[in-house]
Design a protein around this ligand. Structure first.
Ligand code: HSE
Length: 444
């Protein structure tokens, strides 16, 4: 029979929360609501000692009277009664960045949800940790409640990563899902996403792919080594996606999704990272990830495929990831920042010299042409494809009204450089009313 445990005094881990928006308040609530579970799972008692926000007096629906208040997030990070700085403000500069940097300068543990900061200033943060001996945890920066960083960095640590990809922006996934399900136009659904509070303060961060690119840069660094290389990401958002594209993609057997993808270049020269609306086969599980859900798909050797799906934003899911990081520190778990032991001088996640490499990789493409509705137009389009030796898998004409028509084409796999040449030649045809819309097919 097991011996009865006598109670031993437990030490405290003192938390300073910088930022009392949705996530900050969510963290306070979670620490209180699940206090029993947290106490049972870590050897330290988590106690909030101080908080920081712009406005001390706003009613946030939580009692702040037990905490010291700092209006300056950097000052909060420096306080002697704060062991762990929890930064939930955001931004590459300003109060959020100050809290993280001051915490690391003081050699403390910092937990952050700040994807822009980690993606764009990751190298600098790594240096601060080397110099001052602190630690940085950032699970909440990528895909909200999905344990994507822990899954990749710890759970899949034994694998050689082949690719990492994901639906990394819930707003875009919500918009694309609604457009298809309710046959609505992009602008109309964007307004609804904003009203529901999904979209970033500046919605262009969501719909132009910047938010997804921040998350991809971090995932790519963890998957392939080095530090996040945000500037190297090829970026395209969803402003140009028409309802007709989504509908015809579906008829052709695909779902149109905004994906972030990172995989080593075929030539072996670095990692290609891109965010773009692409077609994924309906048979792929990621095609079934709808609404504001996120998903991260990792292919590794020898694990094969792992997909994690969950909520990428919101109070509860993001607080879940933040508190998981606090618990890691409380349990004495501190993995290498981006997975690899040596970051300085290590391979960047993307080899800049290889950025011009577009000819090698081969892909299928899906095209939407808006053309004059008159005899000979299909022949002109076919001539371009024939001249460039780009083979057609499927072609459908729709909505011909005597003045204009839509032509949708799925082309067989061909080097990207060839498909780019075709896009240019098609765009130059007199029958072309709009620049062709073109999407890659991503098999994953
Ligand atoms: N605006 C983001 C999204 C939420 O829509 O996914 C958090 O990154």
């Amino acid at each position: 029979m097991a011996a009865a445990h006598t109670s031993t005094a437990r030490s405290e881990l003192r938390l300073g929360i910088a930022g009392l928006g949705t996530v900050g308040v969510g963290v306070l609530r979670l620490l209180s609501d699940n206090a029993a579970e947290l106490a049972a799972r870590a050897p330290l008692d988590l106690r909030v000692t101080a908080v920081s926000a712009r406005d001390a007096n706003r009613d946030r629906g939580v009692d702040l009277s037990a905490y010291a208040f700092e209006s300056d997030a950097g000052a909060l990070a420096r306080r002697d009664d704060v062991d762990v700085v929890v930064e939930l403000i955001g931004g590459t500069t300003g109060a959020g960045a100050d809290a993280v940097i001051e915490g690391l300068r003081a050699g403390k543990a910092v937990v952050t949800a700040n994807k822009a900061l980690v993606a764009e200033r990751g190298a600098e943060l790594a240096r601060l940790i080397d110099e001052h001996g602190g630690a940085l945890y950032y699970e909440a920066a990528v895909a909200g409640g999905i344990p994507a960083i822990k899954g990749l960095r710890e759970g899949l640590v034994a694998n050689r990563i082949v690719s990492v990809a994901g639906i990394l922006n819930g707003t875009c996934n919500f918009i694309l899902t609604k457009m298809k399900d309710e046959q609505r136009a992009f602008d109309d659904v964007l307004a609804e996403a904003q009203a529901l509070g999904y979209a970033e303060a500046d919605p262009s961060f969501d719909i132009d792919g910047v938010d997804a690119a921040h998350k991809l840069a971090i995932l790519s660094a963890v998957a392939f080594g080095g530090v996040p290389d945000f500037a190297a990401i090829e970026l395209e958002g969803i402003r140009g996606v028409a309802l007709a594209d989504i509908e015809m993609a579906e008829e052709f057997g695909f779902s149109l999704k905004l994906l972030g993808v990172a995989k080593p270049r075929a030539s072996g020269a670095g990692v290609r990272q891109y965010v773009a609306p692409v077609l994924v086969p309906l048979s792929n599980p990621i095609a079934g990830v709808h609404d504001s859900f996120n998903a991260v798909v990792v292919r590794g050797e020898p694990v094969d495929e792992v997909m994690m799906r969950g909520r990428g934003a919101g109070e509860g899911p993001t607080a879940s990831a933040v508190v998981a990081d606090i618990m890691d520190f409380a349990r004495g778990i501190n993995p290498p920042l981006f997975g690899a032991l040596a970051l300085a001088g290590g391979a960047s996640s993307t080899d800049g010299a290889a950025m011009g490499e577009t000819g090698g990789a081969s892909e299928r493409r899906f095209w939407r042409l808006v053309v004059d509705d008159r005899p000979g137009v299909i022949a002109e389009v076919s001539q371009v494809l024939s001249d460039q030796a780009l083979s057609v898998e499927k072609i459908v004409q729709k909505d011909a009204d005597g003045s204009r028509a839509h032509v949708f084409i799925l082309t067989h796999a061909a080097p990207r450089a060839k498909a780019d040449g075709v896009a240019q030649a098609l765009g130059a045809l007199n029958c072309m009313i709009e620049a062709p819309a073109v999407y890659s097919v991503e098999a994953l």
